[in-house]
Design a protein around this ligand. Structure first.
Ligand code: C2O
Ligand code: CU
Length: 470
């Protein structure tokens, strides 16, 4: 990543927006929600610039926050008012296969003008999100995504519980999307990295907090490709959940909250700054590409002066524990990309050289297969219902890949053969270049499920596949 300053670009654009979060509660018995996907114009970077032409749910970026209690049922009447076929995938939620929103695999794509009714129970508390699963690189990249919050029956006491949905946009000087989606350079390198980062659909300048306030920040990375490494300088954020799943409360390693595309991190942030002070939040993930994301601006009056007890662990979700002693082992080799050694792969049943793959916009493979959206190929592995699976993923590329499994939550066991320091459950795990990661899960959800890289240009470039349960 080059050393340009996104922040500088945003300054030029003269944005002056405060971050705002408008939770829309799905009240008990209120039942059904409507989500319509349609083109819209939304001001992302501030009033000095024209509104950006985007695709949006209900005309807003991000889409409406869907908030439920654990155990409630989600009911969404979806309508496609786009010119392209689409679906909604409910990222991280354990649901019946037919509701998973993967075109050609779990449902037919929802054509322009068509509707689809999504309905399923929410077994797990936590922070999730929704987005299309048809041409995801283009559709998510144009703005289609929204947060889902499933509250614990007894949520931890905080002063504010709010979502920061982070998106990364590649905009031109008129604040319009640069129309080079799916170009081979992005596909074969780090994906579509943008030049403008928004929090809840606005380039943030200042986020007001009160001295002494305790926040639960639900960070969601809805970017196509950007990995975030947030540094809340002068503060001591405590991580309490990863991908919605409780984790022993702990400070982030090196003080940096790393969130790859698709992932979520819940942090407790105690606003320990002095009245009237300003604290700078920076994203420092890419070497040489650090920038100022937003300022925490302290109000003059204290909310409280006593210190709160330290955050306690959230109750765990009813996720089946894999039986490691009896687990069946499978391996997935991640190959391809620039500076890699992939010579070719199987595409639609035919062996292609890497050159020929490039000609079709493909650059990646899982176990030597580069998949297209039709999924006209065999699953990478199959499991019997209830079987414990130990999956080793081996990143034989020069690029990081956040690998996402559908329909299940898994435990991350080890990185490069070293056990993790603390128990970690996820639906998306980041593999660093050349890293080997072992995960385990109980295959307890029937159907054909996706496994893919959540850098959406990598997914479109072949880095996806299926696994079968049943
Ligand atoms: Cu968030 Cu298969 O997707
Ligand atoms: Cu990838």
């Amino acid at each position: 990543m080059t050393e340009f300053s996104r922040r500088g670009a945003m300054r030029l654009m003269g944005a002056a927006a405060a971050v705002c979060a408008l939770p829309l509660r799905a009240g008990a018995g209120a039942g059904e929600r409507v989500l319509r996907a349609a083109p819209a114009k939304v001001n992302l970077v501030g009033d000095a610039y024209p509104a950006t032409s985007v695709w949006a749910y209900e005309g807003t970026i991000p889409g409406p926050e869907l908030r439920f209690r654990q155990g409630e049922r989600l009911r969404v009447g979806f309508e496609n008012k786009l010119e392209a076929p689409t679906t909604i995938h409910w990222h991280g939620i354990r649901l019946p296969n037919a509701m998973d929103g993967v075109p050609h695999v779990t449902q037919p794509p929802v054509g322009p003008g068509q509707r689809f009714f999504y309905e399923f129970d929410l077994p797990d508390a936590g922070t999730y999100w929704y987005h299309p699963h048809a041409q995801s690189d283009r559709q998510v990249g144009r703005g289609l995504s929204g947060p889902i919050v499933v509250e614990e029956s007894e949520p931890p006491t905080v002063d504010r519980d709010l979502v920061w949905l982070l998106s990364d946009w590649r905009l031109d000087q008129q604040a319009q999307l640069v129309e080079n989606f799916g170009n081979l350079h992005d596909v074969s390198h780090a994906g579509r990295l943008g030049n403008t980062v928004t929090i809840n659909g606005r380039v943030p300048e200042r986020f007001e907090v009160s001295p002494g306030e305790r926040l639960r920040l639900r960070l969601i990375n809805a970017s196509n490709a950007r990995i975030f490494g947030l540094n809340f300088r002068g503060h001591e954020p405590v991580v309490i959940a990863l991908d919605g799943q409780p984790v022993d409360p702990h400070p982030p390693a090196d003080g940096m909250v790393v969130i790859a595309p698709g992932q979520r991190t819940d942090v407790i942030l105690d606003c320990s700054g002095a009245p009237g002070s300003i604290a700078r939040v920076r994203d420092e993930f890419y070497k040489g590409g650090a920038y100022w994301l937003v300022d925490l601006v302290y109000r003059d009056t204290r909310l409280r002066s006593d210190t709160l007890p330290s955050a306690s662990a959230l109750p765990r979700n009813p996720v089946a524990i894999p039986d490691l002693a009896a687990a069946t082992r499978h391996e997935i080799l991640l190959g391809g990309g620039m500076m890699g050694s992939l010579a070719g792969a199987t595409v639609d049943g035919r062996p292609l050289s890497i050159r020929e793959m490039f000609g079709q916009g493909l650059a990646w493979a899982l176990n030597g297969i580069a998949a297209g959206e039709s999924h006209a190929h065999e699953p990478l592995f199959a499991a019997k219902l209830g079987e414990s699976i130990l999956l080793e993923m081996d990143n034989d590329t020069s690029w990081p890949h956040p690998m996402h499994l559908h329909g299940h939550l898994f435990q991350v066991l080890a990185r490069n053969g070293r056990e993790l320091e603390r128990e970690e459950w996820r639906d998306t795990v980041l593999l660093n270049p050349r890293e080997r990661v072992e995960i385990a899960f109980r295959a307890d959800n029937l159907g054909d499920w996706m496994i893919h890289c959540h850098i959406l240009e990598h997914q479109a470039g072949g880095m996806m596949g299926l696994f079968r349960v049943g």
